[in-house]
Ligand binder design. Structure first.
Ligand SMILES: [Zn+2]
Length: 362
């Protein structure tokens, strides 16, 4: 706990510098422009894209701040007699939403993109941002939720026969439900299988497939250069990036096209395999689910690049960079696929394999 608290304090101290100091400085038409995270989000919001701006803000500001608050609660909570169960439940969910590492890669991509138009230098905030990212990664690796549950809410050893035991998907405790049908450790309702898991997962997946169409057809970025307007879709943006720098174009291609499409295909396969009670390749399917959960968040990269570039290049008539309507559809699609995985009860995959053949889907 004291290690976690120390890292939270260090992160809190770094945050004002990492978010408000300039990450990159651009020399454009004789003027120095500084870009930082806050500025990028504000630019997005000012241009009317409040929802897209809040997506970026949540993944880069909100989630890291919530991480610090949650650790602070765990530290002082026991002295104040707080109920720490919601804090521990949120902490577990937060892990995949803290996207500082992805934003850091976004800074690199943005600086390479802008290099065509202007000279670019690292700003003073960059060191703070890199330190903050490393600290957040260490904190997330160090954070052993199971150990924390055990520490704050230790459970007696289970005496019941294995068939009656139930695993809680929220805190991963295995035990018997209490008198009110709740998990004895985290007090969330305990079900044999998460309710409406398949329906919710399908809904999120279908919505994200639909959103992916305008996300790829409409322009995602618009550049005004000497009065002329140049629009780029996700793919054409990658193509023009590839003429200058193939490795960077490859990173953006993987994050914006390969990962979202693979994730959707994998999720479709998994949901269909549950419907058709497929028994083959169970291990592979569970592994696939873990992989798409882990890589899915990287799709937010393109939105971060756009947000930072918007604050860098904004010289009205001469040279300006804004985002197109596709950004909103793309961001929503990515978030919906993350939720589709979140809502899927992975135990449904095992059910056809179980000998009892009990049908838990409701
Ligand atoms: Zn629980």
């Amino acid at each position: 706990m004291s290690h976690l608290a120390a890292m939270a304090v260090a992160m809190l101290l770094l945050m004002p510098f990492a978010f408000n100091e300039s990450l990159l400085t651009v020399h454009l038409l004789g003027i120095n422009i500084r870009a930082n995270l806050m500025e990028g989000i504000m630019q997005m919001a000012q241009q009317g894209e409040v929802i897209t701006a809040s997506m970026v803000a949540f993944c880069t500001l909100g989630a890291p701040a919530a991480l610090i608050v949650a650790i602070a609660c765990l530290y002082v909570g026991p002295f104040l007699g707080m109920n720490l169960r919601p804090v521990l439940l949120i902490l577990d969910r937060l892990k995949e939403w803290v996207m500082l590492d992805i934003y850091l890669v976004g800074i690199a991509v943005a600086s390479i993109k802008v290099q065509d138009y202007a000279d670019i230098d690292p700003g003073p905030g960059l060191v703070a941002f890199i330190s903050l990212t490393i600290l957040s990664l260490i904190t997330l690796i160090y954070l052993n939720i199971e150990q924390l549950w055990q520490h704050f809410y230790p459970q007696p050893a289970q005496q019941a026969e294995p068939e009656r035991l139930q695993v809680c998907l929220n805190c991963r405790h295995t035990g018997l439900p209490d008198k009110r049908g709740r998990c004895p450790r985290c007090h969330t309702p305990l079900y044999q299988r998460r309710r409406f898991s398949l329906q919710k997962s399908w809904a999120a997946l279908i919505a994200s497939i639909v959103l992916l169409i305008p996300a790829n057809m409409l322009p995602i970025s618009i550049i005004y250069l000497n009065g002329s307007k140049q629009q780029d879709t996700i793919l054409s943006g990658i193509m023009s990036l590839a003429t200058g720098n193939i490795p960077v174009a490859a990173i953006v291609f993987i994050a914006s096209i390969l990962v979202p499409f693979t994730k959707i295909i994998v999720l479709l396969t998994l949901l269909l395999s549950i419907h058709f009670k497929c028994e083959q390749g169970l291990k592979t399917r569970v592994r696939l689910l873990r992989i798409v959960t882990w890589v899915g968040r990287w799709s937010m990269l393109d939105l971060f690049v756009i947000s930072l570039t918007m604050s860098l290049v904004n010289r009205d008539q001469l040279l300006a960079f804004t985002m197109g309507p596709a950004a909103f559809y793309f961001g929503s699609s990515v978030i919906l696929t993350i939720l589709a995985v979140e809502w899927l009860d992975s135990r449904l995959l095992w059910d056809t394999h179980a000998t009892g053949n009990a049908d838990y889907t409701d």
